[in-house]
Each structure stands twice: as structure tokens, then as C-alpha cells.
Design a binder for this molecule. Structure first.
Ligand code: FES
Length: 360
């Protein structure tokens, strides 16, 4: 990598070299430094930062997440902004995630064999990839990778469904994903209809900083829309396996019973951990009597389940509309903004950020 600038993150001892022809976030990731980020497409706003000294530049048309006022006040998206001075100091707005210990936590590209592809619901398939034996792939629960789809750019991003093992590596070298079929969505159509066991795909990652803060003093509430359950489940299961003892509640929102995901995982975790509870709410079907399902959108039903969230840490993952509505709802119930972690879908076409493929 060409080195054109030295970047320092204010209030930390993090410094790294950066090239003027790539976003600051990519330079940080190349250096093994995790700055807050999620979509890397200018949509989610997780990588917001202010310039303390030095200068940055970016095409304003790709900084979708910024308001006009933020642009005027010198806020940048580090996934889009490039350095234009030799020394730049930035102040990131979101809490810094824990920094990786292993040098192989840097994003890398791996050729992975598809070892299973199976339908989970009418719209969702589970894909399982085997990493090469020699791959030093280390990740944290809640992270995602880019899966290359032939002839389609950019690659699509999907969250790992499982937490890593104690060494930070995928258990048995396998990575599982839930892939929702989008309409229209050429990438998800290819992953559903063309990808078969034995075929080799290019996976790049890991990316993302979705997860729990370093200290979680109180209960955890996880809210997931559809395949957004993947990163939430991975983070929750990792915390419980590490001995987290405060109550953990997970709420999955789907349209009807045909779309219910991961009930087997919920049941398994509930048997192992008495402090774990889960609910499914259906938004387009009245649950029949005798089933354990609720009804209604999460923002409409949450106040009935949780009166106050002032002491909760909240995880939210799903479509941008789902995430925004849930985030507003939990804040109205008292959740502190710095105790809310969100993971929104990445758009299929960066020019039309609302029409997204799922990251989950
Ligand atoms: S806007 Fe930069 S990571 Fe999402």
C-alpha cells in the first residue's frame, strides 16, 4: 500500500498509515485496526467522524448517511473519505470496538468450497462454506463477510450465523449464512438457485463492528427482523457461552409462521441457559390459539413486554426501516444511545440505498 498520510484517532493510541487513494476505514482495516463500521457503503453512518486536524475529501454523493447539517459541520464517513494531508487526526463518533489481538484479524480473501445449501423457509436458504485448512480467519460474533457472485458487483455481504470458537476461528472451519431471496435480486437468486455443493466462492472479510460493548452491566435485549437474526444470535450465544448471567431476551419478527427462523437454536440455547428467553412476533398472520407466538410489529408490541429499557443493552438487526423503527422505539423506552448496537442491510445497488440485499 502506498503511504501518503498518518492517521491518529483522537483519545486513543491508535495510529496507522493511509493511502490517499482509498478510504480511511480501509487503511485502518489493512493495518489491523477496527474503527466503528458496518456497511462500508456510506449508508449506515456507523463510521461517522470529525476531523480534529488535517483534511479529508470524499465525493459528497456517496456519503448517503450524512445530513446537510453534518456535512456543514465537518462530519465525514470514514468508509468514503480519503486523506488529503500528511497528518490527520479524527474523532470517531461511535464507541470504539475492542481491538483485535491477532494480526490475521485483517480482512483477507479466501476461496471457500460450498459444502451445504439447504432451504430453511420458502425465502431463506442456509449456505455453509468450508474455509481452506490453512486460512487464518479470525472473527468476532456479529461480523460479516463479502461473498462474490459471478458477474455481479459489488459483492454481497452476509453475517456469520455462528460465533467463533474460543480461538476466534470458525468452529470446524465452517461458515454458515442465512440468505434471503430478494425480489428483484440477481445476487440472492444466484446464491439460491445456482450455487451448489462443491462450487468454490470467493469470500472476503471479516468486516463490521456489530456486537456488545466491552462492559455489559445489565440485561440484553436482541431484536431481529427476518435474517437479521444471524448476527444477533451469534452475539447473544457468544455472551451466554462466556458466562453472561443477566437476563437475555431475543425477539424475532417475521411475517408469518412459514418464515420463522432459528427456532431450533432458540430452543437449544434456552435449555442450556436459564437466563435466556425468546419470542417470535408475526406481522401478517394472527397466531392460532395454543401457539407461543405473538402478533404485531416490534415497535408496536415492545412496550407491552418491556416497560423500561434504561438498564438494557440492545442489539438490533434487519432492514434499514426495521432498524430505524426499533431504534426509535427502544430509545423512547429509555435505552441509552451508546448502549444500542445496530446492523442494517447493505443495499444491492449503492445508488438506490433503500433496495437492499440482506447483510444477514
Ligand atoms: S456508512 Fe460507513 S460503514 Fe456504513
Amino acid at each position: 500500500m502506498r503511504t501518503d498520510a498518518r492517521i491518529r484517532v483522537e483519545g486513543t493510541d491508535l495510529t496507522f498509515d493511509a493511502a490517499s487513494d482509498q478510504p480511511v476505514l480501509d487503511s485502518a482495516l489493512d493495518a489491523g485496526i477496527r474503527l466503528p463500521h458496518n456497511c462500508r457503503g456510506g449508508i449506515c453512518g456507523t463510521c461517522r467522524a470529525s476531523v480534529v486536524s488535517g483534511t479529508l475529501e470524499a465525493d459528497s454523493s456517496v456519503q448517503y448517511a450524512l445530513t446537510q447539517r453534518e456535512r456543514e459541520n465537518g462530519v465525514w464517513l470514514l468508509c468514503q473519505a480519503r486523506p488529503t494531508a500528511s497528518d490527520v487526526v479524527v474523532r470517531v463518533h461511535a464507541p470504539l470496538p475492542p481491538q483485535p489481538k491477532a494480526a490475521d484479524a485483517r480482512p483477507q480473501t479466501f476461496l471457500c468450497e460450498t459444502v451445504a445449501t439447504r432451504p430453511i423457509t420458502p425465502r431463506v436458504r442456509e449456505l455453509v462454506f468450508a474455509l481452506p485448512k490453512t486460512a487464518g480467519f479470525v472473527f468476532k460474533a456479529g461480523m460479516h463477510v463479502e461473498i462474490a457472485v459471478p458477474g455481479i458487483e459489488p459483492p454481497r455481504t452476509y453475517s456469520m450465523l455462528d460465533a467463533p470458537g474460543p480461538d476466534g476461528k470458525p468452529v470446524d472451519g465452517l461458515l454458515r449464512f442465512l440468505i434471503a431471496r430478494q425480489a428483484p435480486g440477481a445476487a440472492s437468486a444466484w446464491l439460491h438457485e445456482t450455487l451448489r455443493p462443491g462450487m468454490v466462492s470467493s469470500l472476503t472479510g471479516p468486516f463490521g463492528t456489530f456486537g456488545l460493548p466491552e462492559r455489559v452491566p445489565g440485561p440484553i435485549l436482541g431484536l431481529a427482523g427476518g435474517t437479521g437474526i444471524a448476527p444477533v444470535l451469534a452475539v447473544v450465544e457468544e455472551a451466554l457461552s462466556a458466562g453472561f448471567s443477566a437476563p437475555v431476551t431475543l425477539v424475532l419478527s417475521v411475517r408469518d409462521r412459514d418464515e420463522i427462523l432459528a427456532m431450533d437454536a432458540f430452543s437449544r440455547i434456552a435449555r442450556r441457559h436459564e437466563n435466556f428467553a425468546w419470542k417470535v412476533t408475526l406481522t401478517r398472520e394472527q397466531p392460532p390459539p395454543g401457539t407461543r407466538f405473538g402478533t404485531g410489529r416490534i415497535p408496536d408490541m415492545l412496550h407491552r413486554v418491556h416497560g423500561q429499557l434504561a438498564h438494557h443493552t440492545v442489539l438490533i438487526a434487519g432492514t434499514p426501516g426495521f432498524v430505524d423503527a426499533c431504534e426509535a422505539c427502544v430509545q423512547a423506552l429509555g435505552a441509552a444511545p451508546d448502549r444500542i448496537a445496530v446492523d442494517s442491510f447493505l443495499p444491492a445497488d449503492p445508488a438506490t440505498p433503500q433496495q437492499g440485499e440482506s447483510i444477514a
